[in-house]
Design a protein around this ligand. Structure first.
Ligand code: SF4
Length: 344
């Protein structure tokens, strides 16, 4: 896949063009035809000299595209895209449209996931492989072709972005570039299950993207039952690195907290979470959990979620609720891959 032009950043394309004896500015044509004009083959990029196009083809370069397999629409307007990779693994992306008609695409960065979170259908799938940067960005391309401009991108689909670090960073640069999709960095969110070393590394990238950390429990013991990764990195270690990240970048963090009935949703959990977070400049997203056949957890009631929100807000923690969307097509949080899981 190293000859896939779709996964190359603008700078990588520029050096490729120069290496092949072309003028540097030709990279602009390559980039804009791949990211925005949906070129499928190099021959379609007609502003490039014919001889240069032929050279690229002769040297084995190509434009990698995902194969759309399915597009499901929930009555609430949420759209789930299922794509096949060239080696037949399937990945999913979800498009959410808000009341102002702004579109957010939730994208995948791995086929399956190594993290094994017990509440998540993807975590129960066998890990297949990392996606290339091209496979990550082409999810945006395909959504744009199907539904028009995408305003926000969140790395909250299948996989852990920091477990596929380089491709994630390259894909952010590609999505952000003005000659392509031009998605502002502040409109991109990377969500991690909390990998301290990677958060530290991410702080040094000089990016303006938003960082979200999945906490889902206020204590390590409870968290370990949901997220095996919690056995390696404690909440205190994560909070320490988050503070460092904030000092270095000045950026705010969001903590994700999935509301699971009778498990992590009591008032004392909220009070304990508030105590942990009060020293950090952060907000909390309470996520209405979505059950699926792969696990026994159930969603907290909406009353319980509101009560949890009240406790956090009374403690001075900025908190929002993310209600489930797309549950009817298994597109809601924690459900990606659930259809593949049922087939196994
Ligand atoms: S919640 Fe995220 S990190 Fe955990 S298994 Fe699912 S995709 Fe992986």
């Amino acid at each position: 896949m190293e000859k896939d032009l779709t996964g190359m950043t603008f700078e990588q394309l520029e050096s490729l063009v120069v290496t092949l004896g072309g003028k540097r500015y030709l990279a602009k044509y390559l980039f804009s035809f791949i990211h925005g004009k949906n070129a499928h083959i190099i021959e379609e990029i007609t502003p490039l000299p014919k001889a240069f196009r032929e050279k690229l083809v002769q040297q084995g370069y190509n434009i990698g595209r995902l194969q759309p397999v399915d597009q499901l629409i929930d009555p609430d307007g949420t759209i789930k895209f299922v794509f096949a990779l060239h080696d037949h693994h399937h990945i999913e992306a979800v498009l959410l449209t808000d009341e102002n008609r702004r579109k957010t695409l939730c994208i995948s960065c791995q086929a399956g996931c190594r993290m094994g979170c017990t509440f998540c259908a993807t975590g129960k799938l066998k890990f297949a492989r990392n996606l290339t940067a091209g496979e990550i960005v082409d999810q945006v391309n395909q959504a744009v072709i199907a539904c028009g401009k995408v305003n926000n991108v969140v790395y909250m689909g299948m996989g852990e972005p920091f477990d596929n670090y380089e491709a994630t960073i390259d894909s952010i640069h590609i999505l952000n570039h003005p000659d392509g999709f031009n998605i502002g960095q502040r409109h991109i969110t990377v969500s991690t299950c909390g990998m301290p070393d990677s958060i530290r590394r991410f702080a040094g990238e000089n990016l303006q993207v938003r960082l979200a950390v999945s906490l889902h429990a206020p204590s390590d013991d409870l968290r370990k039952t949901l997220m095996p990764v919690a056995g390696r990195d404690s909440i205190d270690q994560i909070l320490t690195v988050v503070e460092e990240y904030q000092e270095q970048t000045g950026r705010r963090i969001t903590f994700e907290y999935c509301m699971i009935k009778g498990f992590n949703d009591a008032d004392h959990h909220a009070r304990s979470l508030a105590r942990k977070l009060k020293v950090i400049h952060a907000s909390v997203n309470l996520i209405e959990y979505n059950s699926h056949s792969g696990c026994h957890y159930q969603s907290s009631s909406r009353n319980r979620i509101h009560r949890f929100l009240d406790v956090l807000q009374e403690a001075g923690i900025e908190t929002m609720i993310r209600y489930k969307r797309g549950a009817g097509i298994k597109a809601a949080c924690g459900q990606l891959g659930a259809t593949q899981l049922e087939k196994h």
